[in-house]
Design a protein around this ligand. Structure first.
Ligand code: C2E
Ligand code: MG
Ligand code: MG
Ligand code: MG
Length: 278
């Protein structure tokens, strides 16, 4: 009930914000046919390990090229895909594509490469979520430990028990679990202690100006320390400048992901980059 009235209020607010409303309606209208029309594509962004100086993994990031709307940012269409439940189908497509590409890379000799895939809360709530994930990984004959699912805190707040149980089962199979955009939300330490997390991704907002703003410095330093003490790998998101990198190295952050090393790239380009580094 409370959720429903919240949603209505949101819709009303959107109506008042007419421009946003029209944009949203347009996205919704064209999103329904986008999948059948093959308008989605995955880009891949390298994750660079500061201990070994190697790319250890890729994050799959969804791109939508709409003939009517042009290139639409996931920041805009993921929310709509969630509200319309299209994300369930779309998210499954993403996982299949990402696993297919990873298996291709392994066959190309890049045998240690890992893949991170963003998962929406709504996907995890599906009763057959675990079965589907395991089936896809099995179909491509991948080691489950080469796959990491990126989740956000909202999923934990909404339904801790159900989610905890599912994630634990996936973790027991070897699948990695990353907590995305860490530090931005509630980031309850009690969740963190209980959850089978393998990676913490420090949100970009803390990495921006990490060498200038004391608060960002302190938070980043604490997340890195916390990760270390819990045996969780820590990755900094959105690293764009050398001074950020120097700072992260100094505080022994495990990994970086950001434009400084590489932007998200189409699969042919990322494959070329990885082969060049080998
Ligand atoms: P995210 O998972 O936190 O992904 C990181 C975002 O930061 C990506 O934006 C990436 O392109 C961007 N980024 C990486 N390095 C830098 C940098 O140095 N500077 C700047 N300014 N940005 C950087 P993108 O690709 O636009 O995706 C936005 C969000 O959309 C993602 O945030 C994720 O929450 C969501 N998303 C993307 N693909 C999927 C997907 O397949 N499924 C779901 N459920 N969500 C997705
Ligand atoms: Mg992510
Ligand atoms: Mg993130
Ligand atoms: Mg984000």
């Amino acid at each position: 009930k409370a959720k429903e009235s919240g949603k209505n209020r949101y819709v009303l607010y959107d109506k008042i914000m007419n421009k946003d409303f029209t944009e949203r309606m347009n996205i919704e209208k064209h999103l329904h046919t986008a999948m059948d029309n093959n308008e989605f594509e995955l880009f891949y962004q390298p994750q660079f390990d500061l201990n070994t100086n190697k790319v250890t993994g890729l994050e799959a990031l969804l791109r939508w090229r709409s003939p009517e709307l042009g290139l639409v940012s996931p920041m805009k269409f993921i929310k709509v895909a969630e509200d319309t439940h299209l994300i369930i189908q779309l998210g499954e497509w993403v996982l299949i594509q990402a696993c297919d590409f990873l298996s291709h890379l392994h066959k190309q000799g890049l045998t240690d490469m890992k893949m991170s895939v963003n998962i929406s809360t709504l996907q995890i709530f599906q009763s057959d979520f675990n079965t589907k994930v395991l089936k896809i990984i099995d179909y491509f004959k991948l080691d489950p430990s080469s796959i990491e699912l990126e989740i956000t805190e909202t999923v934990l707040i909404e339904s801790f028990e159900v989610v905890y149980d599912k994630l634990l089962k996936l973790r027991e199979k070897g699948i990695g679990i990353a907590l995305d955009d860490f530090g931005k939300g509630y980031s309850s330490l009690s969740y963190l202690k209980q959850l089978p997390i393998t990676t913490l991704k420090i949100d970009k907002t803390f990495i921006d100006n990490v060498s200038l703003i004391q608060e960002n410095k302190t938070i980043t330093q604490h997340i890195i320390k916390m990760g270390r003490s819990m045996g969780i790998s820590v990755i900094a998101e959105g690293v764009e400048h050398n001074d950020q990198l120097e700072y992260l190295k100094k505080y022994e952050c495990d990994k970086i992901q950001g434009y400084l090393f590489s932007r998200p790239l189409p699969k042919e380009e990322v494959e070329k980059l990885l082969k060049g580094l080998k």
